[in-house]
Design a binder for this molecule. Structure first.
Ligand code: ADP
Length: 584
């Protein structure tokens, strides 16, 4: 757990510092706003003694004018400081969010596997807001409420120090319970925000998996699960807010005790005439007004504890550092990437404790097509991940054109690859934006033709400007694939990685997509993972993987002739297909 001082220093230096001037002006305005309360209570004395009791008509004018002036100044100062602080809060929140997103984009893919999207969304949205708006509360407490408190106490003391002492005598008793309560608030708020992040994850999964939910008719189950989770949230949130509400409640008790004491002691003095009614009223007004700022200052610590919980989580994410980064002294980009062989040598990789690659070795020759085959879970996709450095292997070497992949800068390395996977990841942007991303679009028309995107554009409502929907859900599987292929064509990289690119398609789409892929693969070093072995018979080399190892390699004919695992897999599929074929 990071301590409060480190957290607030981090927020101040990183974010609030640059708004110091505005905050300074706002705090001055707050001080003026707070000081007006003291003045107001001070004006009660002449109001009673000179006007109501002595009947001095001449005093009406200046006392009324002064009271109006006090309220007018308070209004202007209060308005000004609120607008200024709100602006600072929003700007800080925006800067925190942007920095956070920029930071998270640099983190390893593993981070995103360990942290569900919903949790991260809640961090970026909820926690940044909580962390940045607390400052308005803290500064108003410091600026307005302490000045109000001090000026009111000054008025009270000037009237009678003993009365003042009696009035605030109960306060020290509360210190102990207050500290305990604050700890409780921090704990329950942290729990509430954790549950809130879990809720966001549930919603994210529910909405993404809506079709699966409907098809399995588990709407009721999902609804009930959400209701349960939300109940848990309500419970934690109510605890947190009850704790926060407990602080002002305690202060009210202190106030009650104070009034009781002063009235019992001071009432007699007025009756005896040693104090004027004006003094008594002025004192009472000051004391009545003192508890409001005092209550707010008390509240601050509760709100501050709550915000600390958010700050702490933000800080944890900012502390997270990527392990997959560009080297300090990077190798220059390859001079002839089209002539670069891709070589894996004894590569071992594990997801946490789960070993996935055990010393995998093979070479994919430049300009040729190399197919990876093997049972599901053999580690084929993982080979693509370590090649592109979405993950780094624990040992072994991966070289492209003789240079270790980790020696390139990440942008240089990733500029070597285009990846087309079985579920093409499109963004909720237009088809054009999905193809172009941040590239130059000069070759767009050619690319759309070659990838057979042009074939279906007329069927879309707004052609190239049709939005693809969240994750491309507005397009069919085959259309998504073709958009992804067009994207890869435009990237025009020397190496192509195809991960079961056609396995999710029907025969007709598959033929079109296969044609687009063939055009894409031309002249490139291609690594292809295919479940349907028929599609890779033509590959220059087939690498057979089993349980994280390369167990065989060669051409289709050679492997069949050898009669190993590949021949078994092939026979199995062939038998399946002919059985399916005869059943049709
Ligand atoms: P293939 O592509 O050959 O089907 P993969 O490379 O996708 O195999 O996966 C190999 C193994 O790694 C599988 O047992 C799979 O369960 C595991 N695996 C894949 N991704 C992850 C992950 N993000 N976290 C933990 N294990 C994973």
């Amino acid at each position: 757990m990071t301590d409060a001082r480190t957290l607030s220093r981090w927020l101040w230096r990183g974010y609030l510092h640059r708004h110091a001037a505005v905050i300074g002006v706002a705090v001055c305005l707050m001080a003026i706003e707070g000081g007006m309360l003291g003045l107001l209570s001070y004006m009660i004395k002449p109001m009673f003694d000179q006007i109501f009791i002595a009947g001095d008509r001449a005093a009406i004018g200046w006392v009324a004018g002064a009271v109006f002036g006090i309220f007018a100044i308070r209004a202007i100062a209060g308005f000004g400081q609120r607008v200024l602080m709100m602006g600072v809060g929003q700007r800080v929140s925006a800067a925190l969010q942007s920095d956070m997103v920029a930071h998270m984009l640099r983190l390893d893919s593993a981070f995103f596997q360990a942290n569900a999207p919903g949790v991260l969304i809640e961090r970026v949205r909820g926690d940044t807001l909580a962390a940045s708006t607390i400052w308005a509360v803290v500064f108003s407490a410091l600026g307005r409420d302490t000045v109000a408190l001090l000026s009111l106490l000054a008025v009270a003391i000037s009237i009678d120090p003993i009365w003042t002492l009696i009035a605030v005598a109960g306060a020290p008793v509360l210190m102990g319970p207050m500290v305990l309560l604050q700890r409780w608030v921090r704990r329950s708020t942290r729990r509430a925000r954790n549950i809130a992040a879990g809720l966001a994850t549930r919603l994210d999964e529910t909405f993404h998996g809506i079709d699966t939910i409907k098809l399995n008719t588990i709407e009721a189950r999902e609804g009930a699960r959400y209701a349960d989770a939300v109940d848990g949230f309500v419970d934690a949130q109510v605890r947190s807010e009850a704790g926060q509400a407990g602080i002002p409640a305690m202060m009210d008790i202190v106030a009650g005790i104070g009034f009781f004491g002063v009235l019992s002691y001071g009432g007699l003095q007025i009756i005896e005439g040693s104090k004027t009614v004006g003094e008594f009223m002025s004192f009472f007004t000051a004391m009545a007004l003192v508890f409001e700022p005092l209550r707010r200052i008390g509240n601050v610590s509760g709100a501050w504890q709550a915000a600390l919980a958010s700050l702490e989580r933000l800080h944890l994410i900012f502390d997270e550092q990527p392990t997959i980064t560009s080297p300090d002294l990077p190798a220059p980009p390859l001079a002839n990437p089209h002539q670069a062989d891709v070589v894996l040598q004894d590569v071992a990789f594990a997801y946490g404790d789960l070993p996935v690659l055990h010393g995998a070795s093979f070479t994919a020759r430049a300009g040729q097509t190399t197919a990876l085959v093997g049972a599901s879970g053999a580690g084929k996709s993982t080979v693509f991940r370590v090649l592109t450095r979405l993950a780094d292997p624990q040992s072994g070497h991966i070289r492209i054109g003789g240079t270790d992949v980790a020696a390139f800068t990440l942008p240089d390395l990733r500029a070597l690859f285009s990846v087309v996977t079985q579920d093409a990841q499109l963004f909720d942007e237009t088809v054009r934006e999905n193809v172009v991303l941040d590239r130059d679009d000069a070759r767009l028309t050619d690319v759309l033709d070659a990838a057979h995107v042009a074939d279906f554009l007329p069927k879309l409502a707004r052609g190239l400007d049709t939005r693809a929907g969240p994750r491309g859900s507005g397009l069919s599987g085959g259309q998504r694939q073709r958009v992804a292929i067009a994207r890869a064509l435009l990237r025009d990289t020397p190496i192509l990685l195809l991960d079961e690119a056609t396995s999710a398609l029907d025969a007709q789409s598959e033929a079109v997509v296969q044609d687009a892929l063939d055009r894409l693969a031309k002249g490139r070093t291609t690594l292809v993972i295919a479940h349907r072995l028929a599609t890779i018979r033509q590959a220059d080399k087939i690498v057979v993987m089993d349980q994280g190892r390369v167990v065989d390699e060669g051409t289709h004919d050679a492997l069949i002739a050898r009669g190993g695992l590949y021949a078994d897999l092939y026979r199995l599929q062939f038998a399946d297909e002919s059985r399916l074929g005869s059943a049709e």
